[in-house]
Ligand binder design. Sequence first.
Ligand SMILES: [Zn+2]
Length: 165
Amino acid sequence: MIRKGNKLYSIVAMKCPRCHEGPLWRSPLYKLKLYDMYENCPVCGLKYEQEPGFWYGSMYVAYTFSSGALLIVMLVTLLVLKWELPQVFTAVGITALIGFTYNARLARSAWLNLVVHYKPDWKKENEAIAQYKNKLREMGINPDETTTLLTPAHHGYESSTGILH
Ligand SMILES: [Zn+2]
């Protein structure tokens, strides 16, 4: 069984890769608002867009997924089902049309899962980061403006939390 804690679960169920609870998408797929994504995880607060332009890379993932899926449809209809070529291309075309929206979302989910990992103790981590930010504020530094001070190298948090960006 693929369940919470498994990376594949997070990718396919399209959950936040950090807590595996919060959803990625605000609206269901059939509403066709393709990239209607939460800015932060509604549960643990992870910022989904890890850096400006983060989602561009997911297009390569989408391309890989769709090429693979279409190739499988082509091979199965052609070699296993022994369909004629026009039928084969119709099947490939229909798969491409139906799969396009799901694939675009799946690719973002997979892309985000490449850099953010499951943290069951995300609450502790959030508290530690909040404390650290408070310390900075006491020193007269605005932690939301001085992002350079909040890089993982400075205080040992893993960059995979994402909320430091
Ligand atoms: Zn989360």
